[in-house]
Design a protein around this ligand. Structure first.
Ligand code: NAD
Length: 618
């Protein structure tokens, strides 16, 4: 006999008295399990409430404009016979209806909140009906062996929280151990997110100044450092708060404290003098990396900063020295130069950002050479002396003076993995002398039930690599046959102009003797680039001359970091030049430059004149 189920609002986080903005079903309608019944909209998020059962809607208790909170009755549904007496919940996480954007990939402030809504339609939707039974979602190959948790994730950066959430969505009981009070790791708290927030501010300052060329004059910016810092902290808070709520909704137990392995199935977590031993069936190590502290420098002096210190924005130093012309050094140089510091950059290698092709760096170098006091290549800092009113750096290099004085110094010479800080040997996990942990393509360490992901397994140390690895590890923990099989991982420096590259670089191709041909679109031929007054950029694609498949790309110019994804997809899909060139790109956009670069390779381009292009098509 079928029975009528009271459908109530499930756990929707901190939201209360949320208005119903849309009713998606009508009385008498047959609905499926997890079919959305209605939409709620708070000032922060849009939330769809799914049906916990299949059956007929016999009554809708609310209407558009009604306000509801967790537990409010919204509808009555007569469960269908097929559904049986017991209703089932769908696989947790499959019903995500709102934006399911990973926080670190989003630069709009509310994304953390929006992400919460997708979670709310996940496992909690089962509880919404009040009469459903919990059903494990995945045929998990559990190795709990009676341990407290199926999976323990050590570290809550983008890799760690993604792994924890994915594992929970697959029905596993998960603990997420984090030494700091907020989730999100370096990326959200003291890395990608705060730096990109400040880089946006820097961009607006620079663009406002550039408007004078267009006949629009703004006054000099007046910078309230406290307010700027508060905005940045607010962005971080929204995202990390969103993570905490999503962990809660997924029933992931967050354990604060410093975790160290105590055995093959145990981590001891120390927090404020107390130690808790946590047992696990499987573990995922996601402990990341930390800034490399150049030895011999006066690290006790607060004017000597690493990237975390620099993001605190304690002051705008009149003269700033940046040691290390890599991505972190150049991004922070960009921020401080826009805020008013006179910046000097010292780089050990022959070029800035040594991983990128030299031609990609040229527009950036040209722009910052005019804006920064000095850029010293092939130069090292041998010593920093502390004076009352300055830090005095001594240089060794071809163009640098013997020494110079600075108000602050930022050291950004790379990061070192944290593999040696977790007593991995207690679990039998091998760690290299440099602190890396080796894994296979399923992210398994030498101990088959322990996985590692993110910075701790090696370069490139990038959040977007870690998140993908986190999903693989979680899925393998749940018994799925996942593997990390990405062909390429894009790199982006969010400098001005942005520099982005993916796949094979020209430097790598030459070193490896790989045959390639270039299709290039200088942005001086892009209407959009001219309109935004940034014709210095370019888009180049590398193709296999035989198969015409795209092998790699480099883009320099505003939004290069957003544009590069198209080429990453093209490489993953094995696209040929014609696939890209014949895809209609909207005009006028910077994205057209990718299609045009493919056309330039094909010889079909009309927006450039290429008299000697041998393979120009008739
Ligand atoms: P990095 O390795 O990218 O750059 C460090 C730079 O410092 C190199 O160019 C190196 O040649 C130089 N260097 C090393 N020793 C030096 C010395 N003694 N004097 C002068 N220069 C020296 O490291 P990073 O910029 O610190 O970034 C660390 C990691 O974080 C990298 O893996 C990077 O990819 C990642 N990261 C990525 C992003 C992003 O994706 N936008 C942002 C920040 C950091």
């Amino acid at each position: 006999m079928s029975k009528t189920v009271d459908v109530t609002v499930p756990d929707i986080g901190d939201f209360a008295d949320v208005p119903v903005i849309e009713i998606l079903v009508s009385k008498g309608e047959q609905v499926a399990v997890e079919q959305s019944l209605l939409t709620l909209e708070s000032d922060k998020a849009t939330i769809e409430i799914p049906s916990p059962v299949a059956g007929e809607v016999v009554e809708l208790v609310v209407e558009v404009g009604s306000t509801v909170s967790e537990g409010s009755l919204i509808a009555r549904i007569k469960a269908s016979e097929e559904a049986g007496e017991t209703t089932t919940s769908g696989p947790p996480g499959q019903t995500a209806s709102a934006t399911d954007t990973a926080p670190e990939n989003s630069d709009h402030a509310g994304s953390g909140e929006a992400a919460v809504t997708s979670a709310s339609a996940g496992p909690q939707s089962a509880a919404g009906g009040g009469q459903t039974e919990e059903t494990p979602a995945a045929p998990a190959a559990r190795e709990t062996g009676g341990h407290e948790f199926d999976v323990l994730v050590l570290g809550s950066g983008p890799g760690g929280y993604t792994a924890a959430f994915r594992a929970a969505d697959l029905g596993l009981k998960v603990a997420l151990v984090e030494r700091y009070p907020t989730l999100g790791g370096v990326c959200l708290n003291v890395g990608c997110i705060p730096s990109k927030t400040l880089l946006h501010t820097a961009q607006i300052i620079d663009e406002a100044a550039a408007m004078s060329r267009h006949g629009v004059q703004f006054g000099d910016p007046r910078i309230d450092l406290v307010k700027l810092g508060a905005f940045k902290d607010d962005v971080v808070g929204k995202l990390t708060g969103g993570l905490a709520r999503m962990a809660d909704m997924r029933k992931v137990e967050v354990i604060q404290g410093n975790g160290m392995f105590a055995g093959p199935h145990e981590v001891s977590v120390e927090h404020q003098g107390k130690t808790r031993t946590v047992g696990f069936g499987q573990a995922i190590i996601a402990v990341g990396s930390q800034s490399f502290e150049l030895p011999g420098l006066p690290w006790g002096d607060p004017r000597l900063m690493d990237s975390t210190d620099a993001l605190k924005l304690e002051e705008i130093p009149p003269r700033l020295l940046v040691i290390g012309g890599g991505i972190i050094g150049l991004e922070m140089a960009c921020v401080y130069a826009a805020l008013g510091s006179k910046v000097t950059v010292v780089e050990l290698a022959k070029q800035l950002m040594p991983g990128a092709d030299p031609d990609l760096l040229r527009p950036l170098q040209k722009r910052i050479s005019k804006r920064y006091e000095n850029i010293y290549l092939e130069t090292r800092v041998t010593q920093v002396d502390v004076a009352d009113d300055a830090l005095v750096a001594r240089f060794e290099g071809k163009d640098a003076p013997a020494s110079d004085s600075f108000d602050r110094i930022l050291v950004a010479v790379g990061r070192v993995p944290n593999g040696n800080r977790i007593a991995a040997e207690a679990a039998g996990v091998k760690v290299t002398d440099r602190g890396f942990i080796e894994v296979d393509n399923q992210m398994r360490t030498n101990m088959p039930h322990i996985f590692a992901i993110g910075d701790v397994i090696g370069q490139p140390m990038l959040a977007h690599k870690a998140t993908h690895e986190g999903k693989v590890a979680a899925e393998v923990c749940a018994g799925e046959k996942s593997a990390f099989e990405a062909r390429v991982i894009p790199s982006v420096a969010y400098t001005d102009p942005e520099v982005a590259w993916v796949g094979l670089t020209e430097t790598e191709a030459r070193q490896a003797g790989v045959k390639y041909e270039v299709g290039k679109l200088p942005w001086v031929a892009s209407a959009r680039a001219l309109g935004i007054d940034r014709p210095e950029g370019f888009t180049k694609l590398l193709f296999d001359p035989e198969t015409k498949r795209v092998l790699g790309a480099g883009i320099v110019g505003p939004h290069a970091g957003d544009l590069i994804s198209e080429v990453a997809l093209a490489i993953e899909m094995g696209c040929e030049a014609a696939d890209i060139g014949l895809t209609i790109h909207p005009h006028p956009t910077l994205s057209e430059s990718i299609a045009m670069a493919a056309e330039a390779f094909e010889g079909t381009i009309t927006d450039l004149y290429q008299p000697k292009k041998k393979n120009r098509k008739a």
